[in-house]
Write a protein that binds this ligand. Structure first.
Ligand code: AP5
Ligand code: MG
Ligand code: ZN
Length: 218
């Protein structure tokens, strides 16, 4: 199963990827997570991306396509993958098509999360993640089962993202509307687009995605 999750910041891409990767046994490739790891590690890519990400702007297509090319060549991607946050521009979408064509592969589905911009700020403002395993939570919509303890790994340390402030979120939304939203028409024209209502509850969105993928081979 080769999937792309498409939607604005806070739409729920990372949240839904957490169960999709278990369900299909394929890796979750979040370019945002990869860049945050590069920043934390102080690598060359991390140094180039840090300020751009903190402003809420997009990292260059050249860097992103290089990162994805390298990641897709790893053996765990042979049976499929879930792309979260890539592609984000038409140039990235075309580069992905070309990369997959080289491998004799193509996307099975692109899941679009339809959301109203007003909910996104509230979602992002309440978001936090486990410092150890990265599992995502929300102060109102997804609290850990035991207060202050990660459901997945038991860690008691949590972190918030450097770009989750109002100013950067507004820029991220603007970048989505200007540079990423055109991908909806791009993928609709290719017949792979499936749109789900991202305003519903987390479990309802999961059910909608499961239904949308029923007729897609795994
Ligand atoms: P990235 O990390 O991809 O951030 P983003 O696209 O802004 O998306 P988010 O991670 O904020 O949202 P999400 O949809 O994953 O929401 P989540 O599931 O966490 O990118 C960060 C930066 O990296 C970019 O700004 C850019 O600079 C750079 N970058 C990355 N990829 C790039 C690329 N390809 N090209 C160029 N630059 C790139 O949900 C949010 C919260 O809401 C959570 O707390 C969750 O618990 C809660 N929630 C989720 N679903 C629901 C629901 N249905 N109901 C209620 N609450 C919900
Ligand atoms: Mg995310
Ligand atoms: Zn954890």
């Amino acid at each position: 199963m080769r999937l792309v999750l498409l939607g604005p910041p806070g739409a729920g891409k990372g949240t839904q990827a957490q169960w999709l990767k278990e369900r299909f046994g394929i890796p979750h490739l979040s370019t945002g997570d990869m860049l945050r790891e590069a920043v934390a590690a102080g690598s060359e890519i991390g140094r180039q991306a840090k300020a751009v990400m903190e402003r809420g702007e997009l990292v260059s297509d050249a860097i992103m396509v290089g990162v994805i090319r390298e990641r897709l060549s790893q053996p765990d991607c042979a049976r499929g993958f879930i792309l979260d946050g890539f592609p984000r521009t038409l140039a990235q979408a075309e580069a992905l098509d070309a990369l997959l064509a080289e491998r004799g592969e193509k996307l099975d589905a692109v899941i679009e999360f339809a959301v109203e911009p007003e909910v996104l700020v509230a979602r992002i403002a309440g978001r936090f993640a486990c410092a150890k395993c990265g599992a995502g939570y929300h102060e109102r919509f997804k609290r850990p089962r035991v207060e202050g303890v990660c459901d997945v790994c038991g860690s008691t340390e949590f972190v918030r993202r450097a770009d989750d402030n109002e100013e950067a979120v507004r820029r991220r939304l603007q970048a989505y509307l200007e540079q990423t939203a055109p991908l909806v028409a791009f993928y609709r024209a290719r017949g792979v687009l499936r749109t789900v209502d991202g305003m519903a509850s987390i479990s309802e969105v999961s059910n909608a995605i499961a239904r949308a993928l029923e007729d897609v081979r795994s």
